[in-house]
Each structure stands twice: as structure tokens, then as C-alpha cells.
Design a protein around this ligand. Structure first.
Ligand code: G6P
Length: 368
């Protein structure tokens, strides 16, 4: 296995660095010469979509976090109501599913038992099944009506990284495809979003080029007993993924909240030196996030901000700022998750953890 690490210390960091390629493959394999989305084998006609009055996105772990961004993209672009659920809850709560429901399963392995059971339950109730899967021919893929394969390549590290970013790309493409089929986006808007999506591999690479800064930060911040992640809008979804990465591999007690909820509990836990990772990438929510950062700073928190290049105001309130290249608000998750993955990785390494094989966790959970 050492050879397969290609000089990297762990599979996880190798896979983090493979993301420009995964994002690019997942995207470009689905575009024709005119940048139209081609979903071979996925037949979601205008007639089909007009029939669908509800979408469920169901998954576990990191794939569930990709689903949260998926909801945001589908509701925003295609204007169809979406619910997102963890598979272990969906399968037991007798959800309202019928033949007008589209069920989207997201799974890297395609073998997660809860996801598969939820899919079967939705199918039994008559839903149409679309899955977003990385492993070709896996159980989830085989039991779905339509499959969108991500092109992450094999993911070995238990903590998922490149599968997540490719799942995001898949979700954006599905959302845009639905929007264009239904006519909820203009050609002009589509072109703008597509041009941005196509710039993602290069922008992800630019974030990766900054990994020394993040390593340096981790070398000073690895001793925390708890870490909080917060954000607003689509940033909350990324905060959840960043928090999961950290707890999975470093065993630090971390959790994520919507920054607006700070005052309803979490602020009671902030004390001198508490590490808070604050995502502030959303232009329309930027000022609100700066106030939230001030609130935790006033109670002694050490704040690592994540913001778009050019939004420098945050430097006045955060202790450290990790910048991502400028992009439209809707697409920031593909970029903002990268510094969080790197931070989790370098903190875990600094704590001497077995990064690729964290205790008690499995790459694929095939039991209940
Ligand atoms: C396990 C893995 C996670 C993964 C989750 C769902 O918990 O450790 O990294 O996100 O399963 O796996 P799936 O293969 O269905 O995406």
C-alpha cells in the first residue's frame, strides 16, 4: 500500500490533493462541446420532472452533508421542494413517499446498509430512485433506476474527502439539469454558473497550494479539547462536514451550528482560547457573520475565519483568515471545505493519530 501513497504520508492527504482531478473528471465527463449537461442513462424528462412534487435526499455521514448542499442547489436552481434525511432515520419514520417522489441516494461505497435499506423502502412505496455513487456496480447503483457516477477514483482513507467534493459536483449538475429541463433558469444564468463550475478544479488547486499556512495553524491549535464550527446559509452545511472531519480523525469533541443559533446555547461554552472556525463566504450574510465572530471573540474565542479573497473586513475580527478564491455564493462549498479538510488532517497528524484508520470507524458500514 505504501507505493500507492505516491510519496504522501497518508492516503487522506493524497486524496485531498486529488480533488482538482476528481472535480474536473466528474464535471467534464458530463458536458458536451457546448457545455450542455449530458446525463447518459438518466432519463428525467420534463414530463417526469413535472410529475415530481417532492425530492428526498438520503445518505449517511459525509454523503449526507453533500445532500444538504444538494437540497440548497435543487431548491435554488430547480425550485422543487427537497427534504434531506440520514438513512437510519428515514427508514424508520414512515416518510411520505409515493410515485410522485424522487428519492436520491448518495453513497461513496454504494454498500452502506442503512442507505440501501432506505432506498428499498422508498422503492417499495413507488418512488423513482436516482443514486449518486462512486463505486461502479455497487449495491446502491444496481438497485437504482438511474445512476450518476462520481469520478473520485478509489477512496482508501476512512475519512471521506474527494468523494465529498465530487458528490457536490454531481449534485450541482443534477440540480442544473433539472432547472434547464423545467425552465427555471435562463440560458444566461446557466452559462454563468457553468463557467464558474468549470473554474473549480483550478480554484481548488489554489486553495491546496496554501496548505503550509494551514499546517502552521494546526501546529499551534492541535491541543484543543473542543472546537466549534459555525456558518450561515450554505456555509452551515460545510461547517458540519468540517466538524465531522475533525472528530473522525483527531478525536476532538467538535460540533457545528448555524451561527444564528449561537445565542440559544453554544455561546455558553465559549471561553478563553476556545477554537471557533467561522465560515463567512456568503456575500449576503457576511455582515451577520462578522457580528457572530465578534460575539465569540468578546468571550475569548480564538477565531479562524474562512472567507472569499477580497473580503478583508473579516481580518479585523478573526484571529486568522483562510481565504478561498472568489466565486458565486452557491458554489463556495467546493472550495470552503478544502481548508477544513486540511485543518482536520494536520491537527490529527500533530496529535499523532492514525489518520487513515481512525479507531472505531469503518470505511463502509455494512451492518446496522
Ligand atoms: C462511514 C465512513 C464515512 C462515510 C459514511 C457513508 O461512516 O466512515 O466516511 O461518509 O460511512 O458512506 P457511503 O459509502 O455510503 O458514502
Amino acid at each position: 500500500q505504501a507505493a500507492e501513497k505516491e510519496g504522501y504520508e497518508h492516503f487522506m492527504i493524497k486524496e485531498i490533493h486529488e480533488q482538482p482531478k476528481g472535480v474536473s473528471e466528474t464535471l467534464l465527463r458530463r458536458l458536451d462541446k457546448e457545455d450542455h449537461i449530458v446525463l447518459d442513462g438518466i432519463k428525467l424528462t420534463k414530463e417526469d420532472l413535472d410529475k415530481i412534487n417532492k425530492i428526498y435526499i438520503v445518505a449517511c455521514g459525509t454523503a449526507y452533508h453533500a445532500g444538504l448542499v444538494g437540497r440548497y442547489a435543487i431548491e435554488k436552481f430547480a425550485k422543487i421542494p427537497v427534504e434531506v434525511d440520514v438513512a437510519s432515520e428515514f427508514r424508520y419514520r414512515d416518510p411520505f413517499v409515493d410515485e410522485n417522489t424522487l428519492f436520491i441516494a448518495i453513497s461513496q461505497s454504494g454498500e452502506t446498509l442503512d442507505t440501501l435499506a432506505a432506498l428499498r423502502e422508498a422503492k417499495r412505496k413507488g418512488a423513482r430512485i436516482l443514486s449518486i455513487v462512486n463505486v461502479v456496480g455497487s449495491s446502491v447503483a444496481r438497485e437504482s433506476d438511474d445512476v450518476f457516477y462520481t469520478w473520485a477514483g478509489p477512496e482508501i482513507a476512512v475519512a471521506s474527502t474527494k468523494a465529498y467534493t465530487t458528490q457536490l459536483v454531481a449534485m450541482y449538475l443534477v440540480a442544473l439539469h433539472m432547472a434547464m429541463t423545467k425552465g427555471t433558469l435562463s440560458q444566461e444564468e446557466y452559462k454563468k454558473i457553468m463557467a464558474e463550475l468549470k473554474s473549480m478544479p483550478e480554484k481548488v488547486q489554489r486553495v491546496l497550494n496554501n496548505c503550509d499556512t494551514i499546517q502552521h495553524l494546526a501546529d499551534h491549535q492541535f491541543n484543543n479539547e473542543s472546537v466549534f464550527y459555525m456558518g450561515r446559509g450554505v456555509d452551515v452545511n460545510v461547517a458540519h462536514e468540517g466538524s465531522l472531519k475533525l472528530k473522525e480523525i483527531s478525536y476532538i469533541n467538535s460540533f457545528a451550528i448555524a451561527a444564528g443559533e449561537l445565542k440559544h446555547g453554544t455561546i455558553a461554552l465559549i471561553e478563553d482560547g476556545t477554537l471557533v472556525v467561522a465560515l463567512a463566504t456568503q456575500d449576503k450574510l457576511y455582515d451577520k457573520m462578522l457580528s457572530n465572530i465578534q460575539e465569540v471573540r468578546a468571550r475569548g474565542a480564538y477565531v479562524v475565519g474562512v472567507a472569499k479573497e477580497g473580503n478583508k473586513e473579516i481580518e479585523k475580527t478573526a484571529d486568522v483568515v483562510l481565504y478561498i478564491p472568489d466565486t458565486m455564493d452557491e458554489l463556495t462549498p467546493i472550495l470552503s471545505v478544502i481548508p477544513l479538510q486540511l485543518l482536520a488532517y494536520y491537527i490529527a497528524v500533530a496529535r499523532g493519530c492514525d489518520v487513515d484508520k481512525p479507531k472505531n470507524l469503518a470505511k463502509s458500514v455494512t451492518v446496522e
